[in-house]
Write a protein that binds this ligand. Structure first.
Ligand SMILES: [Fe+2]
Ligand SMILES: [Fe+2]
Length: 456
């Protein structure tokens, strides 16, 4: 007798047989030979994957099948399941697969329907769970935000982004960190970018793009620099701080991009993978010669709180280095003012309130205060609406009046400045004539640089 040759383990076999079973469940009664056939196929495929393991998980992220977090290359037609994450535990029975197929067949896209987890439990399915119930096609979310800042960029800021992109891409292809480029980049950020109003406008304002790690890193470096200057750190210390801030998330080059950009909440396992970027980052930086001694430490500690919580677990009572504390403030501000595929950006004034809420427990309160003073609630370049329904671009902020900037009114064409208004102006009773009521999303057609140059 010849030994049976097992086909190679391919998670797409599970998905295609489940997809077929799901379709058949809507056409034929249980026990029909066609169903029995497909059920055998699905059962075989699941058992083969579970061989010697306690559990497996299959995710479909942007149309690519992932088995236990590892993308499975090759063409795949993964339509027809209706969910995008399935976990199988050892001991799964064919009846459970059959029940799953029937539940998936009845799956309705609207929120009012009974959750799949409830339907599965009701049908005695104990070894299968279905993950996030977002439709397979999440491209509508991804298309909402681009990856790059739009509009006219400051040339130095643009160059910084290009250098950072190159550095991070090299790292993600397994090459060593290019410390020469890193040094150039740090110099460029300190000498040029942080003093350019246009660049700062892009960094500080609400960002209508879902920024990738390199872009986030440049922004966090500049924000850390602004905070460092506010604290009156000397130049040598500032250089070390900017280098550490620029490289704080370098460990993300070791995490699959799909996971970093994944819409919606992450489950426990995915979260652990993303959290590992702190340790990966520290490893990369410790092995790189020519960097400051605190740089790897910031990569390791930037998600830890001043109270000693957060990740990675470094033991009780370990207070992060002050550089790590500075980068944590800049990191949170930068992350929340940027768009996410599952979350709209937070305006700067609300981001500052969020920082204030985190002060003491998570963030260093004194640093948060200094940061808010350094950046102002309505950063230069942000588009705002006043209580008199005027729309203008913030062009100056007076010290001591962070909530009442000078704005340049914007006309309908968004091209020509239509006069300046100083919102610190008060009426006869001493009350402010107007307040800023909200920050508006930046518009592509608005030439921020032109307005700021005209105001200079
Ligand atoms: Fe991070
Ligand atoms: Fe970060």
């Amino acid at each position: 007798m010849t030994a049976r040759v097992e086909p190679p383990a391919d998670p797409r076999r599970i998905l295609s047989s489940l997809g077929a079973l799901r379709a058949l469940a809507g056409t034929y009664p249980a026990g029909h030979p066609m169903i029995a056939d497909k059920l055998r196929e699905a059962d075989e495929a699941v058992r083969q994957h579970l061989h010697g393991r306690d559990a497996i998980r299959i995710d479909i992220i942007h149309g690519v099948v992932h088995l236990d977090g590892i993308p499975f290359d090759g063409d795949s037609d993964v339509r027809g399941i209706g969910v995008d994450s399935i976990h199988f535990r050892s001991g799964v029975q064919p009846e459970e697969l059959q029940a799953l197929a029937e539940v998936l067949w009845q799956l309705k896209p609207d929120d009012a329907a009974e959750p799949v987890s409830v339907s599965l439990t009701r049908r005695q399915v104990r070894h299968i769970t279905v993950g996030r119930l977002v439709p397979l096609d999440t491209s509508w979310r991804a298309q909402q935000w681009t990856d790059r800042p739009a509009g006219v960029l400051d040339p130095d800021y643009e160059e910084s982004l290009a250098l950072a992109q190159q550095t991070f891409e090299q790292l993600s292809t397994g090459r060593a960190l290019d410390t020469v480029t890193v040094r150039d980049l740090v110099r460029l950020l300190i000498s040029r970018v942080a003093s350019s109003n246009v660049a700062l406008a892009h960094i500080l304002a609400v960002k209508q793009y879902e920024n990738l790690t390199y872009c986030h890193s440049v922004n966090v470096a500049v924000l850390s620099l602004l905070l460092g200057r506010q604290l009156r750190l000397d130049n040598e210390t500032l250089t070390a701080l900017v280098e550490a801030a620029l490289l704080h998330d370098v460990g993300k080059t070791r995490i699959p991009l799909d996971l970093i950009k994944k819409p919606g909440a992450l489950d426990k396992r995915e979260r652990r993978m993303v959290e590992a970027h702190t340790i990966f980052g520290a490893e990369i930086l410790v092995q790189t010669e020519g960097l400051g001694p605190v740089t790897p430490l910031v990569a390791l500690e930037h998600h830890r709180s001043v109270a000693g919580s957060g990740y990675p677990d470094l033991g009780d009572g370990v207070v992060p280095h002050v550089f790590s504390q500075i980068v944590s403030v800049a990191d949170i501000y930068e992350a929340v003012t940027g768009a996410r595929s599952y979350q709209a950006p937070t305006p700067p004034e609300r981001a500052c309130l969020l920082l204030a809420r985190l002060a003491g427990e998570k963030l260093n309160g004194a640093l948060v205060k200094a940061f808010v003073n350094a950046i102002t609630f309505f950063p230069i370049g942000s588009l705002v609406r006043t209580s008199r329904d005027e729309i203008g671009l913030v062009i100056r902020t007076a010290t001591g009046e962070p909530l009442h900037p000078v704005i340049s009114l914007v006309d309908e064409t968004l091209q020509t400045p239509a006069g300046e208004i100083d919102t610190t102006e008060r009426d006869a009773s001493g009350a402010y004539c107007r307040h800023i009521v909200e920050t508006l999303p930046q518009r592509d057609s608005l030439n921020v640089a032109h307005f700021l140059t005209a105001a200079a």
